[in-house]
Design a binder for this molecule. Structure first.
Ligand SMILES: C[S@@+](CC[C@H](N)C(=O)[O-])C[C@H]1O[C@@H](n2cnc3c(N)ncnc32)[C@H](O)[C@@H]1O
Length: 345
């Protein structure tokens, strides 16, 4: 029987358009030089995450061989592998992530680098349960690099970005909880407006909430990232044309962020993490937290300062530490990062 001729998937050479077409970036081990060239151009290759403020974090944590640590947010394992290097083969590192898809890939990658269960324990857990990660063990150092990884943001199937069309999901763990699309259908107008303003300080929260409800009343659906960004655009149609484009982009960023915070209960889990943190640190143990928006930073700052006043921490960051201009140039995703640290009394 004659074989049906299948055309090859069209691939735009140096400018692949969709995430799936970026097969070189998605196989960095095979295409090392191409991936390096993308990083040099200040971009994050698809399927990868560039760790932020590595040197500043290592300065704070002062990791020594033989110590026991905890990386609350494994992600691509960039910080994890740097911390493992500091351990020099002695001691142990625990790491958690809620994302089943990416953490399995990271486990395999780190194992291929020689970091097996003898030195690294990876658990699929929420960092809100940090007291259950290694019961009975107290840590010399703890790192939390909050938020989402580049792999999660860039994959349109996860629905974290309005730049590409995809399902409006936004769950860090796509096997649990409700999607952002379901959440939008559950909320009434006032609740949605309050959520946008509390989670992201969205200045047009009321108008966006009103436009979402209007769209539902007209029988419209908001199931995809592009459908939601179209509604945000409609809500801001009152703005003068020359201001609109930038304003829509910013409001979309804040709206997606607010929804992500909501569906993943990000403030609640961060609060639980900060409350339990002193209880899992050894005396003299060090903690570092990277945040990416003012809501997160406010919580960390308040918790660290209060524990300092109560004598639970002997020292905390008086001022927030920011990435260098050089790092922000090399990796624009570092721009909004703030680092805070604390040392257990
Ligand atoms: C910014 S990335 C971490 C990147 C990582 N430091 C690296 O160098 O590759 C944040 C990661 O934390 C995970 N995460 C976010 N909230 C979490 C939570 N409450 N518990 C566990 N993991 C969480 C996300 O799934 C994501 O993989």
């Amino acid at each position: 029987m004659e074989q049906e001729h299948k055309r090859r998937v069209r691939y735009k050479g140096t400018h692949p358009r969709s995430f799936q077409e970026k097969y070189k970036e998605l196989s960095p081990d095979q295409y090392r030089a191409d991936v390096e060239a993308i990083i040099q151009r200040g971009k994050t290759p698809a399927g990868m995450h560039i760790p932020i403020m590595v040197n500043e974090i290592l300065d704070v944590l002062q990791i020594r061989p033989g110590q026991v640590g905890y990386d609350a947010t494994l992600g691509y394992g960039g910080h994890t592998s740097k911390m493992l290097e500091q351990l020099g083969g002695e001691g142990h590192l625990y790491a958690t992530d809620v994302d089943p898809v990416e953490s399995e890939k990271t486990r395999a990658r780190l194992e291929s680098l020689g970091y097996g269960p003898d030195i690294l324990t990876i658990r699929r857990m929420n960092f809100a349960d940090l007291d259950q990660v290694a019961p009975g063990v107290k840590f010399d150092f703890v790192l939390a690099d909050l938020g989402v990884s580049s792999m999660q943001i860039d994959n349109p199937d996860r629905g974290f970005t309005f730049k590409y069309d995809g399902p409006l999901d936004l769950r860090l763990d796509p096997t649990a909880g409700v999607t952002a699309a379901e959440r939008l259908r559950e909320l009434d107008e006032d609740e949605l407006a309050a959520m946008l303003s509390e989670n992201s300080d969205e200045p047009h929260a009321g108008r966006i909430a009103c436009a979402v409800m209007r769209s539902f009343k007209r029988g419209g659906t908001i199931e995809t990232t592009k459908q939601l960004s179209a509604v945000v655009e409609e809500a801001l149609s009152f703005l003068p044309a020359d201001e609109r484009r930038e304003a829509v982009k910013k409001s979309c960023q804040r709206t997606f962020q607010a929804l992500r915070i909501d569906v993943n209960s990000e403030f609640e889990v961060l609060y639980a993490f900060l409350e339990k943190l002193p209880g899992v640190l050894k005396s003299g143990g060090r903690a570092a937290v990277l945040t990416f928006h003012s809501g997160e930073d406010r919580l960390v700052k308040k918790a660290f300062k209060q524990c300092r006043r109560e004598g639970i921490y002997s020292r905390v960051a008086e001022e927030v530490v920011r990435p260098s201009a050089q790092e922000c140039f090399r990796n624009p995703r570092a721009r909004s990062t703030k680092l805070r640290w604390a040392i257990r009394a």
